[in-house]
Structures are given as C-alpha cells and as structure tokens.
Design a binder for this molecule. Sequence first.
Ligand code: SF4
Length: 73
Amino acid sequence: PAASCNDTTGLTPEDIQQRTNLQYVDQTADPAKRCDNCALYIAAAAGAACGGCNLIKGPINPAGYCASWVAKS
Ligand code: SF4
C-alpha cells in the first residue's frame, strides 16, 4: 500500500493551514507532477516512507503533490 504522510502532529496551526492553502495531497492526480520530482522536495531518509519539503512543513509523500509544484531543473 502507498505510504500515508498526512500526520500533522506537532505542527503549528499556521503550518497545517499552509498545507491546506497549497492543497497538499498525499497522492498526486498527475503522475508527471509528484513531490519526488519537485525542486522543493527533500528526500526521505533511508528506510523512511515520507520525505519533506522546503516550502511546507510536515511529512511529505514522494507520490504527493501541491499547488506550488515546480519541476526540478
Ligand atoms: Fe510536494 Fe508541493 Fe513541496 Fe513540491 S512544493 S515537494 S509539490 S509539497
């Protein structure tokens, strides 16, 4: 099964709101645009299912997506 990276425990209300504002989703609707091919993605540590993002806080699914997706150059 796909990893779930929606646990926002420990984030501030503002950080959680930013995830909502940017329409973060755990599974992208467009396979060509995924967190793990976004320039802002921070790769998951070895053995971890979720990575991070330089723009929004909290766990980020490599197969996720948000409105600020930008292609890796
Ligand atoms: Fe994923 Fe959005 Fe962060 Fe890019 S900016 S890694 S699409 S959450």
